[in-house]
Design a binder for this molecule. Structure first.
Ligand SMILES: [Zn+2]
Length: 107
């Protein structure tokens, strides 16, 4: 899995210190255009957001949203979920049901 591009918040997204609501405009258009132009080689992998904590942990709301998004995937693949903290990343592969795999950084 290679992350080729990550979209940044758009003017339609709603951003607060403890909540981020992503609107599909912009993000979906970019993902779809990459998928079409690469004939399916480049595809949507998942979502990322930031947390105002050193070592981020997913909230209950994060888990609900990840499970919902993963179950929605047409290719049935696990969704990559990334939280960017102040000192570390939290990275998990979230399947459409059941527990996900937390990915650890290489030291
Ligand atoms: Zn979060």
């Amino acid at each position: 899995m290679l992350i080729k591009q990550a979209t940044v918040p758009t003017k339609w997204d709603k951003r607060f210190r403890y909540l981020f609501e992503r609107m599909p405009f912009g993000h979906e258009t970019i993902a779809l255009s990459q998928w079409v132009s690469s004939q399916g080689a480049v595809r949507y992998l998942g979502e990322w957001h930031t947390h105002p904590e050193d070592y981020p942990r997913p909230s209950g709301l994060d888990r609900l949203e990840w499970n919902r998004l993963s179950a929605k995937r047409r290719d049935q693949r696990s969704m990559l979920a990334v939280i960017v903290g102040r000192k570390a990343l939290y990275v998990e592969l979230v399947p459409s049901s059941g527990c996900g795999s937390v990915l650890a950084a290489l030291e």
